[in-house]
Design a protein around this ligand. Structure first.
Ligand SMILES: *Cc1c(COP(=O)(O)O)cnc(C)c1O
Length: 498
């Protein structure tokens, strides 16, 4: 099946072409660009054939086309270790039909959000990637978190051999549930440290540690190296392609589609990673009519798709879909690279304008490349009424991010009259956002804490509390380190024993 080797190159064009292993280990290119595959493989087999594959079988088929320098046996090991009983359903990513839409549920992993789909495999990919390029070091993942990413990374790296993860979080800057999730984290190779400061302090501290050459030399002598679990890592993007092809082939298998014909795909979008994976699946040959890019009130992408101007010069609005509260969508750079005809000079120019002026525009040539996309956004009020409507009509509970997607799809069909089978990426469990979800379907309870709200949401709807959250308030605390904001380096040295 393997036809061609795929190599990776920076969107900003400097530096040579490298293997997938090297791209995964490096995370981001030295010139500041993102690694992209030098060609997108095409699915040659009939899509019907893929309909009988399990999630893991399909994952191997797709990832093997991109990670061409991995041994089959190693890639299979990564997949087996990633998509196991950490997921609360054997289907991994079930497709649920409610009314006229198919919800692709991506929230059955350890932290109940779609980031688990890629983060659960990344540590294993990293482990083999380091071996493939003959580096003999233990990987250290160091990250500052405002809540969700830290937990997802901890959960994915926990007890993965040859890796170690250190997470700093602002003591007063995360929710009670988020803190509890982190400080009860199991795994010999995990460390969680609260800092006396805010998220910016944590982030700046981590950046300083990464830039500390003395530390890096010490680490190297002692057999350690830093790597990144950041969402721009190609090792997170490629695994996300799998579930779009999985969802499509489930529709074929279930006779929602009688033959391979185009569907629409709706993705609630922040950093543009998840929808970019959908775009790559389309480029691999998946029949897609429109890629519907759904934003919340931070509607930079809506403006961009409709005008060709990307303008981040506005205030960030805090919404009920916090994972989409983003003004600079870093993965958009990969799309721009593609629609510019892979022109690194153009990308350097656009990114420099964004950095220095906060705005850039693309011309008509590049805009044609956006034809596949439709951009819309949902207001907070619309998000809440979409959650309520979906529950009242279908007894189906969706979270705030998924509601952004569903609401935008309503706007798409009422504007275009264009109806076909549609897949909506459902990116988080409603139990992750109990306050907003409960507030939408029944009443706002201001005085109760989130632990209580989870229970009330379950009683009100008849939905079971996911096991991932169920006993959270009684789990033993395993991490109680607290440090000053200028004490972070010492903590890292202490953990590494150097
Ligand atoms: C991260 C996230 C998103 C946005 O995904 P991007 O890849 O950043 O566009 C949407 N919903 C949830 C729940 C998320 O965690």
């Amino acid at each position: 099946m393997r036809t061609e080797n795929v190599f990776y190159t920076s969107t900003r064009g400097k530096g040579k072409t490298i293997s997938s292993s090297e791209a995964i280990v490096r995370g981001i290119a030295d010139d500041g660009g993102l690694f992209v595959p030098d060609n997108i493989p095409y699915i040659e087999d009939g899509l019907e054939e893929l309909a009988s594959m399990t999630y893991k079988e399909l994952a191997f088929k797709i990832m093997d086309m991109f990670f061409t320098d991995f041994k089959d046996i190693d890639l299979k090991d990564c997949i087996n270790k990633a998509y196991d009983s950490k997921f609360d359903t054997p289907e991994i990513a079930p497709v649920v039909k409610k009314g006229d839409r198919h919800y692709l549920e991506l929230f059955h992993g350890a932290t109940l959000a779609f980031k688990d789909m890629a983060l659960s495999i990344l540590p294993h990919l990293l482990k083999y990637a380091v071996k493939n390029i003959s580096i003999d070091k233990k990987i250290v993942i160091l990250t500052a978190t405002s809540g969700d990413t830290g937990k997802a990374a901890l959960e994915s790296f926990a007890d993965v051999e040859n890796t170690l993860i250190i997470v700093f979080y602002p003591k007063e800057g995360v929710s009670k549930i988020q803190e509890r999730q982190m400080i009860t984290q199991q795994g010999e190779n995990t460390s969680v440290i609260a800092i006396k400061g805010n998220f910016d302090d944590a982030q700046n501290g981590v950046k300083k540690i990464f830039a500390d050459q003395g530390l890096k030399d010490d680490m190297s002598r002692n057999g350690f190296m830093f790597s990144s679990a950041n969402s721009i890592n190609i090792g997170r993007l490629i695994p996300q392609i799998v579930y779009y092809i999985y969802a499509y082939t489930r529709l074929l298998g279930s006779k929602s589609l009688n033959r391979p014909e185009p569907v629409d795909i709706v993705v609630p979008t922040g950093n543009f990673g998840n929808i970019l994976a959908a775009y790559y699946s389309y480029k691999m040959g998946l029949p897609v009519s429109r890629l519907i890019c759904a934003s919340n009130e931070n509607n930079v992408l809506y403006d961009f798709l409709n005008t060709g101007q990307y303008d981040r010069r506005r205030d960030l609005i805090l919404t009920s879909s916090p994972s989409m509260d983003i003004l600079v969508s870093s993965n958009l750079e990969r799309l721009l690279y593609d629609i510019s005809g892979q022109d690194p000079e153009r990308i350097n120019d656009l990114m420099e304008r964004l950095r220095s002026k906060g705005v850039f525009s693309i011309g008509t040539g590049m805009r044609q490349g956006l034809d596949k996309f439709y951009g819309q956004f949902a207001t907070e009020k619309e998000v809440f009424s979409t959650i309520k409507k979906t529950f009242d009509m279908h007894d189906y509970l969706i979270d705030t991010h998924t509601a952004v997607g569903s609401c935008v799809y309503d706007k798409y069909i009422s504007g275009s009259g264009d109806r076909r089978e549609v897949i909506i990426a459902s990116t988080a469990s409603p139990f992750k956002f109990p306050r907003a979800v409960l507030g939408s379907i029944s009443q706002r309870l201001e005085k109760e804490d989130d632990f209580k709200l989870i229970k009330i949401l379950s009683e009100t709807t008849g939905y079971k509390v996911p096991a991932q959250l169920a006993d959270l308030d009684t789990r033993p605390v395993l991490h109680d380190r607290v440090c000053e904001k200028d004490g972070m380096l010492d903590e890292v040295k202490d953990i590494l024993g150097i």
